[in-house]
Ligand binder design. Structure first.
Ligand code: ADP
Ligand code: MG
Length: 494
């Protein structure tokens, strides 16, 4: 049962008067017998099922059903839009999350006598065929990422489909802002009927920093209901996740630390060992995957980041959802909202982009009331993260695993020998680009950053720092910084 205490939980059966019989039947089939706290709050404390609301609840506590159930029920109460029109629009930050939400929606509506279609719209898929399916079907519910929806709303035919809209949900609203989706969201809101037409607005997240207020104001009328299952004095990480950090003296040792950490964690919990390792950039994650495939052949490994095709992202997402064990190397494309059942360990290597992002990544474990652990691996300059986030319950990692990491240098070197030079060069460049944004916090200047990146390259076994195109150096604002090797890798390779 998700998020908590069985004794306090109310069974869904007690909502027989509120929720349609067919929805309750769907929930039973899904194994949702009791409401999670956030589901109970939304379903019993909202003034009406169509009231505006801002809802905050911890990761993995069932927020998806908490917005799907009231909004679908509202449609069933005489608000079903005409065929072909969208009644519920859910906006979320990633393609993976859109697919996951749509799947849960299909399960919830599975027992309705009349099929309620849930469509998705996100980038990375063929626009034309996506559009054809949308226009040819009856998309009563649409789950979309802001970019693709904004794009297809350019077509009048698509805009017309929204004239009976009843609800707009923003899932992970703060993440969408951080990803720079605010212009698209505003543009979407300008092209669907105005808020004054009376559609319901809902915003859901585990973290709701003040900066979301601007977007919140666009979808919620003043006087909206605020619901939270989080005590304002506690950190919004799941309380039953022990959280640790390991600080290594140099960037070079982060690989060895990760190598030892994974094995030590596996030894403690050998049964169904399922872990997610977050890295900071897509190419950095690709590199970790390449390396650890060589270093830890005994584990089934997976990779998920934005440099992979949408087809392979979807395939890997499903494989890792279904896997009983294994290690997923991931970037923040799955940092939020993704539900990979039974992940028992989350490792973060390097700085998370924000405190909220840290919290959401930790939230990939201990979902639906299960246990989980979280460990971050930082090198000296990154260790400030723990000190400036005193509300997070992060403790030093208990086992003495960093005392002699140098003994693993030959193993790591060996592992890197099997990694493609181009993968290393891409990771090197991504490392520069990512950490450039955090210079002040890392207490580095541009020269120090390049030195650090060169140590990273050395750790990867590069005889010299990889070449970087002049144009890229300019874009990163690192022109003239000593230590960089400028040139084209393509020429060198040929
Ligand atoms: P959140 O959005 O809060 O992070 P999700 O909606 O993704 O959480 O749900 C987390 C997990 O809990 C999912 O696997 C979901 O199927 C499960 N879950 C949600 N509600 C219930 C419930 N009432 N009973 C049992 N499992 C549930
Ligand atoms: Mg969610």
């Amino acid at each position: 049962m998700a998020g908590g205490d069985l004794k306090l939980a109310r069974p869904y059966a007690t909502l027989a008067g509120t929720l349609d019989k067919a929805l309750l039947e769907g929930l039973t089939k899904m194994g949702f017998e009791y409401m999670t706290p956030v589901q109970q709050k939304v379903l019993t404390e909202l003034p009406t099922l169509s009231s505006d609301c801002l809802v905050q609840a911890k990761t993995g506590t069932g927020k998806t059903a908490a917005f799907l159930l009231p909004t679908i029920q509202n449609l069933l109460q005489g608000n079903i839009p005409p065929r072909g029109k969208v009644g519920i629009l859910v906006l979320c930050p990633t393609r993976e999350l859109a697919l996951q939400i749509a799947k849960e929606c299909d399960q919830i509506t599975a027992c309705l006598p009349r099929k309620m279609e849930c469509h998705t719209a996100f980038g990375g898929t063929a626009r034309a065929s996506n559009l054809k399916k949308f226009l040819g079907g009856s998309p009563t519910i649409l789950v979309a990422t802001p970019g693709r929806l904004d794009d297809i709303l350019g077509e009048k035919e698509v805009r017309d489909r929204f004239d009976s809209i009843k609800t707009v949900v923003l899932d992970e609203a703060d993440r969408m802002l951080d990803q720079g989706f605010a212009p698209q969201i505003n543009s979407i809101l300008k092209r669907i009927p105005p808020k004054s037409d009376g559609w319901q607005g809902m915003c859901f997240s585990a973290t709701l920093p003040d900066r979301v207020n601007d977007v919140v104001k666009c979808v919620l009328f003043p006087g909206y209901t605020s619901l939270s299952t989080i005590d304002p004095n506690e950190a919004p990480t799941v309380a039953n996740v022990p959280q640790f950090s390991i600080t290594v003296p140099s960037i070079k040792q982060t690989f060895a630390a990760l190598y030892v950490l994974i094995q030590s964690e596996h030894k403690q919990n050998p049964k169904d060992f399922k872990a997610v390792v977050f890295g900071t950039t897509a190419n950095g994650v690709g590199l970790l995957y390449d390396l650890f495939q060589n270093l830890l052949p005994q584990f089934k490994t997976f990779e998920l980041h934005s440099r992979l095709s949408q087809t392979s992202r979807t395939k890997t997402t499903n494989q890792f959802k279904d896997a009983a064990s294994g290690i997923l190397f991931a970037s923040d494309v799955v940092g939020r909202g993704m539900d990979f059942p039974n992940v028992g360990l989350v490792i973060q290597l390097g700085l998370p982009s924000s405190t909220e992002q840290y919290i959401h990544r930790v939230g990939r474990t201990a979902r639906a009331g299960k246990d989980g652990r979280a460990v971050m691996v930082l090198f000296e300059n990154e260790a400030f993260f723990v000190n400036v986030n005193k509300t997070l319950p992060i403790k030093p990692y208990p086992a003495e695993i960093i005392s002699d990491l140098t003994q693993y240098n030959p193993t790591i070197e060996q592992g890197f020998m099997g990694v493609d030079e181009e993968a290393k060069a891409k990771a090197y460049q991504a490392f520069l680009g990512y950490n450039k944004t955090y210079l002040k916090k890392l207490r580095l200047d541009a020269k120090g950053l390049v030195q650090l990146a060169n140590q990273y390259a050395e750790a990867m076994g590069c005889p010299e720092p990889p070449l970087i195109e002049k144009r890229t150096v300019g874009k990163m604002g690192l022109k003239g910084v000593p230590g960089l090797r400028i040139g084209s890798r393509r020429e060198e390779a040929s």
